[in-house]
Design a protein around this ligand. Structure first.
Ligand code: NAD
Length: 264
């Protein structure tokens, strides 16, 4: 069983108002999928812009406000998209947040906030997506946002690293459980992508390491074998593969797409 059908395939991308999520949504639309983009209500304007851009390419788009930490909102997102598009073939659980804090200064609130978006959000997304895919007869592509820190945690990114390590574990377990329904589950592990998230990490890392703002990204960029900071399109082209029938024999993987980062 594969996720392909003669009808136009459809996708949901969370955290799609900007950054990597936006890049993925635009790439999937360029691949010919109808795409629902979801983000927090505070990102409404940016989200509408992304949806309008997709519609201009001739694909159907839907902008939905949904907080992935909420089971209710995540379930409603899938219901709304299935209602409007008829089915959900691809779900990209991309939404995430980063916090840069030494572990001994990480309060319980901050730890739980990071876990709520990055791990509970992915768990709720995976569940809602799989339920819909099974109900519509099986087949489908579930894709999660992990990170290089799912293999090699960074100092000062303890909660974030733990959450992404969790996404890797969840992805493997989900892949094993849902294979019999023809659903594949994989995750992408970007390195250093030039987005608003990295700007925040850069500012905090630079502060912590006594560097000027903008220096931390330069320092980390020097460790990238391919010699440049990653762009959302670099991640999106890999997600395009994971979302396509070309990856039908691949499941349970969390794959580094990081330009070859080698820290000394
Ligand atoms: P970003 O901060 O630029 O964008 C993240 C988007 O997610 C924002 O639009 C934000 O509003 C949304 N979001 C946050 N909390 C949400 C919630 N509760 N519900 C719904 N939407 C929510 O980040 P990015 O750099 O584009 O990162 C996207 C994903 O890739 C994240 O999961 C991140 O952890 C991961 N990642 C990023 C990098 C990087 O270097 N930027 C590296 C590895 C992994």
């Amino acid at each position: 069983m594969t996720s392909s059908s003669s009808a136009t395939r459809t996708a949901i991308v969370t955290g799609a108002a900007r950054g990597i999520g936006r890049g993925i949504a635009e790439r999937l639309a360029a691949d010919g999928l109808d795409v629902a983009v979801a983000d927090l209500p505070g990102m409404g304007e940016e989200l509408s812009e992304v949806a309008a851009g997709i519609e201009k390419t001739g694909r159907r788009a839907l902008a939905v406000h949904a907080d992935v930490t909420s089971k209710e909102q995540t379930d409603e997102l899938v219901e709304e998209v299935a209602g409007r598009f008829g089915r959900v073939d691809v779900y990209v659980a991309n939404a995430g947040i980063a916090r840069v804090t030494p572990l001994l200064e990480t309060g319980l609130d901050e730890f739980e906030q990071v876990m709520a978006v990055n791990l509970r959000g992915v768990f709720l997304s995976y569940q809602a997506a799989a339920r819909q895919m099974i109900a519509q007869g099986g087949g489908g592509k579930i894709i999660g946002a992990a990170s290089i820190v799912a293999y090699r945690p960074f100092a000062l990114l303890g909660a974030y690293s733990a959450s992404k390590w969790g996404v890797r574990g969840l992805t493997q377990a989900a892949a094993m459980e849902w294979a019999r329904h023809g659903i594949t589950v994989n995750a992408y592990c970007p390195g250093i992508v030039g987005t608003d998230m990295w700007d925040l990490i850069d500012e905090r890392l630079a502060e912590a390491e006594g560097l000027q703002k903008g220096r931390a990204i330069k320092k980390y960029a020097e460790a990238i074998a391919l010699g440049r900071v990653e762009e959302p399109a670099d991640v999106a082209s890999f997600v395009s593969y994971l979302a396509s029938p070309d990856s039908d024999y691949m499941t349970g993987q969390s794959v580094m797409i990081d330009g070859g980062i080698q820290f000394s």
